[in-house]
Design a protein around this ligand. Structure first.
Ligand code: AMP
Ligand code: P6P
Length: 340
């Protein structure tokens, strides 16, 4: 009988850098750091590992299917959404570091620890419409340093993405990958399920200056602004001299589509359309964290005209059109959107 498969690491293997060690190293490089930020990231990692364990076992743990409730987005809430939201809220509240928490699953902001230094904004389980079809889904978050003193308010959450101090996403795909930036580049960590730790799998990720793929839901073509239609027709036209057509890839799960663009280059676009006149994706906990990560990796993110990170939010669940990816591909898109 064949030997039982060994675990990911045999005794003699060199053990990789864990997420915990990586964040500890970067803490020592942060002047005057008290360790609160590091503790917050480690708490996020714990919540994500708990969510991962349930995502992996959802079919067995009767967590698939709908709760019957409707969330603030008007979408039917699936059980894993609810579980993921509850885990993040519980772990972050226990951390003691969060003054304000925003979640796609919460109608209102959660005012947590009065003395908390940080604001955490998250989509607990993005792409949930894909849960029952076993397609990659994800968790997206951003962390801001609270500016106010005394009682926290909504203004602490409605800050532009330029004030983000950390952002990340987790892709629950064939492997569970945690992509994180704390302001010094983008680093990927892969979960070793046997060990229960995230190990550095790709350090200093750079988004290629230009790619050869585009990602958009072409089913919305008839609803798009003519300038978006013109870009879409251009990018798939046959012109070898400018390396077109681009290949089309679209999963319908932001984290899965964005991760591919981050690593391979190209562009992901969710434009405004006649059905969603301000776009579908949320500024605070989808577009902004993704924009922070892509800029840290040398990419770009725009609403078609403005830099995403410069947008001053006016509402917690505000939507925004999003074009994100390789700088050359985003600039080309923006050229179509800003032409007269
Ligand atoms: P702290 O005193 O631990 O709340 O950290 C203060 C600031 O230093 C944070 O808001 C970060 O901008 C930076 N910082 C602290 N720890 C880290 C870390 N582990 N990695 C990167 N930046 C950090
Ligand atoms: P559509 C998932 O519901 C989501 O919020 C994002 O993850 C994804 O990019 C987008 O919506 C897909 O939307 O309209 O193409 O199904």
């Amino acid at each position: 009988m064949a030997d039982a498969p060994s675990s990911s690491f045999s005794a003699g293997a060199v053990v990789g850098t864990t997420l915990r060690e990586h964040v500890l190293f970067s803490m020592h490089a942060a002047p005057g750091a008290t360790g609160e930020f590091t503790s917050l990231i480690n708490h996020l990692s714990l919540a994500i590992r708990i969510i991962n364990s349930r995502v992996r076992a959802a079919g067995l743990a009767n967590l698939l299917g709908y709760t019957g409730e409707i969330n603030v987005q008007g979408e039917a809430v699936q059980k894993l959404d609810v579980f993921s939201n509850d885990v993040l809220l519980n772990v972050l509240e226990r951390s003691g570091h969060c003054a304000v928490i925003a979640s796609e699953e919460l109608d209102e902001l959660k005012f947590s620890n009065r003395d908390g230094k940080y604001v955490v904004l998250f989509d607990p389980l993005d792409g949930s419409s894909n849960i029952d079809t076993n397609v990659g889904i994800g968790t997206i978050f951003s962390v801001l340093r609270r500016r106010s003193t005394g009682a926290a308010s909504q203004d602490d959450a409605l800050r532009p993405g330029t004030e983000i101090v950390a952002a990340g996403y987790v892709l629950y795909g064939p492997a569970t990958v945690f992509v994180l930036s704390t302001g010094n580049g983008v680093h990927c960590f892969t979960l070793d399920p046997d060990v229960g730790e995230f190990f550095l799998s790709q350090g200093n990720v750079r988004c290629p200056l230009r790619g050869n793929g585009y990602s958009v839901n072409e089913g919305n073509f008839s609803r798009w602004d003519p300038r978006v239609q013109a870009w879409n027709t251009w990018i798939k036209a046959d012109d070898q001299a400018t390396q077109r057509p681009y290949g089309h890839r679209y999963v319908g799960s932001l984290v899965a589509d964005a991760h591919r663009v981050l690593l391979k280059g190209g562009i992901f676009v969710y434009p405004a359309d006649s059905k969603s006149p301000t776009g579908k994706l949320r500024l605070l906990y989808e577009a902004n964290p993704m924009a922070f990560l892509f800029e840290q990796a040398g990419g770009m993110a725009t609403d078609g005209v403005n830099r995403i990170l410069d947008i001053v939010p006016s509402a917690v669940h505000q939507r925004v059109p999003l074009a994100i990816g390789s700088s050359e591909d985003v600039i080309a898109y923006r050229r179509f959107l800003t032409q007269a």
